[in-house]
Write a new protein. Structure first.
Lengths: 112, 113
């Protein structure tokens, strides 16, 4: 069974731009969660989707948004990028919320 | 609110030394507990889990026991290898049904040959 895939793996953007990251969960998994990982703040929860509905959201500004499609694939979008948005963005899928999560390799975003 | 506290790193050990990474949690209910490992340049991998009190999770020589009385889930390994060098994260799944995981800050382990 294929694992969680994330695209692209690396991104370089400039301040003010927007970016869209993609995540394909493990086949059969309906829950997708997103995390931001930085050296200073560690691993922070962004949001979780299940069956195309956002069920929970972390403490991030509205510039961070996401969605999930009917095939469970998910995207997250960050608008008006700031330098502090530079991070590794991790996606994780699970059969349902609260179950063990399987992580993708992440997308490394650098904002210049 | 719910939280996970891990011992600060980095932890530096010689090969074949005994490893303990402490993890304690705060939760209002009965969470499931997890240890994840992250190797350089990669995402997190599930190392082991325990879903109820007194459960012992184990994998690749690592063990952790769910201790409800001390709200702990310490990670142990009897003899570490250089290949165990990584960052280890303790986590709990939110028992209140809000569908999010809560992670500790991670503990970096460096094993020297």
């Amino acid at each position: 069974k294929a694992g969680v895939t994330q695209t692209p793996r690396y991104l370089i953007k400039t301040r003010g731009q927007q970016v869209t990251l993609s995540c394909s969960p493990i086949s059969g998994h309906r829950s997708v969660s997103w995390y931001q990982q930085t050296p200073g703040q560690g691993l922070q929860f962004l949001f979780e989707y299940f069956s195309e509905t956002q069920r929970n959201k972390g403490n991030f500004p509205g510039r961070f948004s996401g969605r999930q499609f009917s095939n469970s694939r998910s995207e997250m979008n960050v608008s008006t990028l700031e330098l502090g948005d530079s991070a590794l963005y991790l996606c994780a899928s699970s059969l349902a919320g609260g179950h063990e999560q399987f992580f993708g390799p992440g997308t490394r975003l650098t904002v210049l | 609110g719910d939280s996970v506290t891990q011992m600060e790193g980095p932890v530096t050990l010689s090969e074949e030394a005994f490893l303990t990474i402490n993890c304690t949690y705060t939760a209002t209910g009965y969470p499931s507990l997890f240890w994840y490992v992250q190797y350089p340049g990669e995402g997190l991998q599930l190392l082991l889990k325990a879903t109820k009190a007194d459960d012992k999770g184990s994998n690749k020589g690592f063990e952790a026991t769910y201790r409800k009385e001390t709200t702990s889930f310490h990670l142990e390994k009897g003899s570490v290898q250089v290949s165990d060098s990584a960052v280890y994260f303790c986590a709990l799944s939110d028992p209140a049904g809000t569908y999010k995981y809560i992670f500790g800050t991670g503990t970096r382990l460096k094993v020297l040959a």
